[in-house]
Unconditional design. Structure first.
Length: 98
């Protein structure tokens, strides 16, 4: 069983604050999860092959294909709210340290 002290310690590590009622519910929830995990450890898996990642599917890779796209730059640029010639102006992402 998970103790209230363990829950308080975890909440402190996670920098979370919850009510006493929520702590009691959390203790019950964690206990139920741990009980379920213990039940899973009782399952006989002797004749079951191991898998990695939970799936036997393999990745299917395809070659990149170059496709011609028919678009008019002028038409696309008309919908850009802020531009400088043929360049799109976007807000700064990084702070200016100058």
């Amino acid at each position: 069983m998970v103790t209230k002290e363990e829950v308080n310690h975890l909440l402190e590590l996670a920098r979370l604050e919850i009510s006493e009622e929520e702590k009691e519910k959390l203790i019950l929830d964690v206990d139920n999860i741990l009980d379920y995990i213990n039940k899973l450890s009782e399952v006989n898996v002797d004749n079951i092959s191991e898998t990695i990642g939970g799936s036997l599917n393999t990745s299917i890779w395809r070659e990149d294909e170059l496709k011609e796209v028919d678009f008019k730059r002028d038409v696309l640029m008309e919908d850009i709210p802020s531009r400088n010639g043929n360049l799109v102006v976007v807000p700064n992402v990084f702070e200016n340290n100058n």
